[in-house]
Design a protein around this ligand. Structure first.
Ligand code: FMN
Length: 259
């Protein structure tokens, strides 16, 4: 619609349309980007620049979702992205496109780690794979009840030593936690479920998934397309809402712990 090689000066009407009648955030961002790049009229560009940037920021910024706002009240001003993430269990049982779940692993890849060692390894099976049952059987009964409807099951493993010197890497698990959070945030952004689990047989996972020496099994994750809460057994349906958090004064200490 607005090829970058075309010089365009954006009339205010376009901005109103983009701000108030957006088809989708992504396409609006592309259109705004194109306008910004292609406008050769410098005074117009200057005049509208502030509004472009604001509009772009607003388009990129998520809002607190209704189901979340009912249950969670952040104590400070933060991006809603963090508060919108939660751990639903209800999933449709439909497979996911490869690009959907690969984006979650891509997000994980960009997590920070000590010495940029990237200790994390992700073993996965999609529900179309023969291995899915093997992954599923590692899980405890309480988790299997709802993970039967997952599209992808993941086991996170970490390498516990540094690549460059073979010394123990104290933060290998901590760093994998950051990678998991990236998966969770990207899944939430896409409206997908990503639910971490420690309720599984760690020894069986290490053995059956051929986890090498010097590696630790950390966690499993169920990923899938969200389904309505009433598709869950009653007891789980009652727990299908975003949980609150401890107050800041329970977790934050200015200086050391009191003696
Ligand atoms: C490492 C880890 C292990 C977890 N294990 C399980 C589990 O085995 N089964 C389960 O249903 N939920 C599990 N959870 C989900 C937590 O109960 C959930 O993250 C917590 O209640 C906070 O809720 P929220 O993620 O919706 O904010 C786990 C979460 C994490 C991060």
């Amino acid at each position: 619609m607005f090829p970058p090689e075309r010089a365009v000066s954006p009339p205010a009407g376009w901005l109103w349309t983009l701000e108030n009648d957006m088809g989708s955030r992504e396409s609006s961002i592309v259109i705004l980007d194109s306008i910004l790049l292609s406008s050769s009229d410098w005074p117009v560009r200057k005049r509208f620049r502030g509004r472009f940037v604001c509009t772009l920021a607003n388009l990129c910024m998520e809002e607190l979702r209704d189901e979340v706002a009912d249950n969670r009240q952040p104590q400070e001003d933060i991006d809603p992205l963090f508060v919108n993430r939660w751990s639903p269990r209800a999933m449709t049982g439909e497979p996911l496109d490869e690009e959907q779940y690969m984006s979650l692993f891509e997000a994980a890849r960009w997590a920070p780690s000590s010495y940029n060692n990237q200790h994390w390894r992700f073993l996965y099976a999609t529900r179309e794979d023969d291995d899915f049952e093997q992954f599923s059987e590692l899980l405890g009964d309480a988790n299997q009840v709802w993970t039967d409807d997952a599209a992808v099951l993941v086991t996170i493993v970490t390498k516990s030593t540094f690549d460059h010197n073979g010394e123990p890497a104290r933060t290998h698990s901590f760093d994998a936690g950051a990678a998991w959070q990236n998966i969770a945030l990207e899944a939430s952004r896409r409206g997908l479920v990503a639910h971490a689990m420690q309720g599984f047989d760690y020894e069986a996972a290490a053995e059956q998934l051929n986890v090498p020496d010097g590696h630790d099994v950390e966690c499993m994750i169920a990923i899938g397309e969200r389904a309505p809460a009433d598709t869950l057994p009653e007891e789980l349906e009652e727990r299908e809402f975003p949980k609150g958090r401890k107050d800041m004064d329970e977790i934050l200490f200015h200086g050391g712990f009191d003696e």
